[in-house]
Design a protein around this ligand. Structure first.
Ligand code: FMN
Length: 163
């Protein structure tokens, strides 16, 4: 089984998850606010979508499910992550939740795919940036919505070639 797990407070992450789902084949789309993360245990390939709230915090539904995510055995799973944030409003905590989620999952042994370039973004600090790259797809609907479709298309073609 392959699935996209997402949560969304104002609908931005949901919209991006739906667009990603249109470009990939055979993924189930799961809103964790309704269905939780139990199905991660059945998946070989997982995509996770998370937005950043507060001052660099996980979105609430992900916060609520974090213990369940930590209980998943990721050792035989391939995971790609995408995150939404606001680089103008939160330049020191830009898409931090993406980095928080990455840390949880990579620690548990997942194979992580879908790193992207930081080129074209203007921020000071981000937990999602490691060794000069973002550890997943980064979308900023608040400031760069005109770039969203192209970013999704490029990322999905890279994901499609790996899963
Ligand atoms: C109160 C508030 C706090 C936020 N905190 C951050 C933050 O710390 N870092 C960041 O990159 N974006 C932050 N954002 C921006 C959201 O992550 C962004 O608007 C995102 O698209 C929301 O996605 P969602 O509606 O799917 O939850 C914040 C937005 C609000 C309104």
């Amino acid at each position: 089984m392959k699935a996209i797990f997402y949560a969304s407070s104002t609908g931005n992450t949901e919209e991006v998850a739906e667009k990603i789902n249109e470009k990939l084949s055979d993924f189930e789309l799961i809103d964790i606010a309704n269905d939780g993360v139990d199905k991660m245990n059945e998946c070989k390939t997982i995509i996770i979508g998370v937005s950043t709230w507060g001052e660099g915090d996980l979105q609430d539904d992900w916060e609520d499910c974090l213990a369940d995510v930590q209980a998943v055995d990721f050792r035989d799973k391939t995971v790609a992550l995408f995150g939404l944030g606001d680089q103008d409003g939160y330049p020191d905590e830009f898409v931090n939740a993406l980095g928080i989620m990455y840390e949880e999952i990579s620690l548990k042994g997942a194979k992580i795919i879908g790193h992207t370039s930081t080129e074209g973004y203007d921020h000071d600090e981000s937990k999602a940036e490691i060794d000069g790259s973002f550890i997943g797809l980064v979308i900023d609907e608040d400031n760069q919505s005109e770039l969203t479709d192209e970013r999704i298309t490029n990322w999905c073609s890279s994901i499609n070639s790996q899963v």
